[in-house]
Design a protein around this ligand. Sequence first.
Ligand code: NDP
Length: 334
Amino acid sequence: LKNYVNAGLPKESDMEIKEKSIQLKVPEGTKDSILVKNLYLSCDPYMRNRMKKLEDSYVPSFEPGSAISGYGVAKVVDSTHPEYKNGDLVWGMTGWEEYSLLTAPGLLFKIQHTDVPLTYYTGLLGMAGMTAYTGFYEICTPKKGEYVYVSAASGAVGQLVGQFAKLLGCYVVGSAGSKEKIDLLKNKFGFDEAFNYKEEPDLDAALKRYFPEGIDIYFENVGGKMLDAVLLNMRVHGRIAVCGMISQYNNDKPEATHNLMYIIPKRVRMQGFIVTDFYHLYPKYLEMVIPSIKEGKITYIEDVAEGIESAPTALIGLFIGRNVGKQLVVVSRD
Ligand code: NDP
């Protein structure tokens, strides 16, 4: 990161590529550390907030002049940590750089299953997958037959929430911002219905069209006007999992929400959550999802940018909907 970006859409020029030569070894005398070669980097919306100068965030701001940090998939090339050896594959917090020196374990998971695409650990088998899994099953407490609505539905998290809900036997509608994404939702991910929110002048009317009896579960990814429209359409004892509000991340201050009052008569439970609180469930998630992937019950679309120099453009693309599916960046394929 070159400078803080407190408001507005970030620009490529807010980031820069720097070169420096390093030794491909953990420095002499440094204990419990690993040097990793970064293979794939994950572009995630929460990174936008780390570009701001924030004092009280649950994740620290990036430091101008230093490498951006984020989720990624990497290979251990040197280790002074007893639990990691050369050649181990890991996913978790790393740097947006070719090589990173990490104090292990940190927020790092050893990759055990390598008979699935390794890129999946930036999304489906990594943070986004865990977000969809815990957000849907733990926060939404879903039941078969319920009416589920997902916004930003074709993205890294949304495409999975929709598929989990379908596997459980729910009626699922998603919204996204282009025709290509709507086609994917209906034809690839098996959503019952999908609509382009950018072509709906009246979001309340659109939701009433798809949910004439109301919404049991709303998986919130966007916030703003969409949330206000959803609040008018919840059913009694509905649940809203507040996963993210990407429409607000470029704003200096969040927009006001007007219809919150409607959660009272409808007895709606609205709950925010942060995926890192649920990482203890990761083994349970893998147990469920790996067989589903192998049996073709779960599918995953990725948007792959080539080369670390493409990372700034890829990250910015999240905030204008350029990504189709999970956005990742290839630094190296081996
Ligand atoms: P996506 O892969 O869905 O990418 C972001 C998408 O958001 C874009 O492609 C775009 O799709 C949509 N979008 C961008 N700007 C707007 C806008 N102004 N209004 C409506 N939609 C917009 O991202 P993820 O799946 O990785 O993340 C989805 C949400 O989940 C985010 O809000 C993120 O912050 C949150 N999250 C929360 C976590 C937690 O622990 N609570 C963990 C991980 C993610 P479109 O074309 O449809 O507009």
